[in-house]
Design a protein around this ligand. Structure first.
Ligand code: GLC
Length: 367
């Protein structure tokens, strides 16, 4: 086999691997148009409506068990969404030296490529739970090691790909610790991605009342600030076993005039901070738990209210989440949970949304 044939065979293998979604390296996959620096306000405007995906999917530990398929990115796009936020438990897929598992990276490559090819913006979000409780310096080193591998890997990807440095800093990563760690993490990203938009959350679980404690490097103008909104927790997390204060609650309704007005005033305060700091906002998570005893009418009224208020305040948003819990999509029937979808993307808004949905599904009243 001469060198030409060899190259052709390698190319064929690469194309085949990419087609099957199983390529092992970043290079050959298509990560969208060449990178072009974009103002973060323009990026947020283009991100619009989004969906959290893959947070609890078995694909990360065993790709043969995947629930989420690459085609679901197209399903999400066709239903009227422009963004996906991919929740990554990257700190759990490293060896003791901080090296990311090549198989896990290959899965990530195929998901990123498929999402970008479906014309979606993609926020790669580093999620963690208790990994930083025992050893903060050790955890900081692993967070840096994570971005030290992910940032160069995707440095040529389209600007539609964004890096979200850390989901909901909490526990020992309080505002002081997080503010001190953040510039170092950002410096690692900036070494290979000087003008890519990076998404940053305040400490205190990304709660909106923590924005005032977030300190950002003043000279870096490619930052999008993200917050999460689950207030009131007694409603959104009733019956959720992972939140002890609300785990035993059920039957709490939501949607009074006062409750809806509170979302607007809460977002007014976010908007004031955003304007004062000149940082655009991505509401990266909101929603109400689906299996905890909340009624569906209250849940969709909540989803509708939060999504519309975010839009009225100029924030991009992403619903938590597509599959697993709070579900917008039912993997067992491979179909949208239409009341949730309709609350997020009102059917009149997009032609494709109308075409994609089951005809005859009653849209619950939104009062
Ligand atoms: C956070 C958690 C996630 C949880 C969600 C809603 O993103 O990391 O596990 O399901 O909030 O509580």
């Amino acid at each position: 086999m001469g060198p030409r044939t060899g190259r052709a065979s390698i190319l064929l293998c690469v194309v085949l691997a990419a087609t099957l979604g199983g390529a092992a390296t970043a290079g050959p996959l298509d990560f969208g148009r060449p990178f072009l620096a974009v103002d973060p306000y323009d990026e947020v405007a283009a991100m619009g409506r989004g969906m959290n995906v893959l947070g609890h999917d078995p694909v990360w530990t065993d790709p043969t068990q995947t629930r989420f398929q690459a085609r679901h990115f197209r399903t999400i796009h066709n239903a009227g969404f422009s963004t996906v936020r991919i929740a990554l438990h990257g700190l759990r897929h490293m060896d003791s030296d901080g090296k990311l598992d090549p198989a896990w990276l290959a899965t990530l490559d195929s998901m990123v490529a498929a999402a970008l090819q479906a014309d979606l913006h993609v926020s790669l979000d580093l999620h963690y739970y208790d990994e930083c409780d025992a050893d903060v310096p050790g955890c900081a080193a692993r967070i840096k090691a994570f971005w030290g591998q992910i940032a160069p890997r995707y440095q040529d990807a389209s600007n539609g790909l964004m890096f979200e440095l850390l989901n909901e800093p909490h526990g020992k990563l309080d505002a002081k610790t997080w503010n001190a760690m953040l510039p170092d993490v950002l410096t690692i990203v900036r070494a290979t991605n000087p003008t890519r938009n990076v998404v940053v959350s305040p400490a205190g679980w990304g709660s909106i009342d923590q924005l005032k404690n977030l300190e950002l490097p003043a000279g870096d103008r490619h930052i999008i600030v993200t917050v999460h909104y689950y207030w009131p927790m007694t409603f959104t997390h009733q019956g959720a076993r992972w939140v002890s204060s609300t785990a035993n609650l059920s039957g709490i309704r939501w949607g009074s005039t006062e409750e809806r007005a509170k979302v607007a005033t809460d977002f007014d305060s976010v908007k004031s901070w955003s304007e004062a700091q000149h940082r655009p906002i991505f509401l990266g998570e909101f929603g109400a738990y689906d299996r905890g005893g909340a009624d569906i009418e209250s849940r969709i009224r909540y989803d509708y209210t939060v999504a519309r208020q975010a839009e009225a305040h100029g924030f991009a948003w992403a619903y938590w989440q597509f599959d697993s819990d709070f579900i917008a999509y039912d993997m067992t029937t491979d179909a949208w949970v239409t009341p949730v979808l309709y609350a997020l993307v009102p059917p009149a808004d997009t032609h494709s949304a109308r075409n994609d949905l089951t005809v005859g599904t009653r849209r619950p009243a939104l009062k």
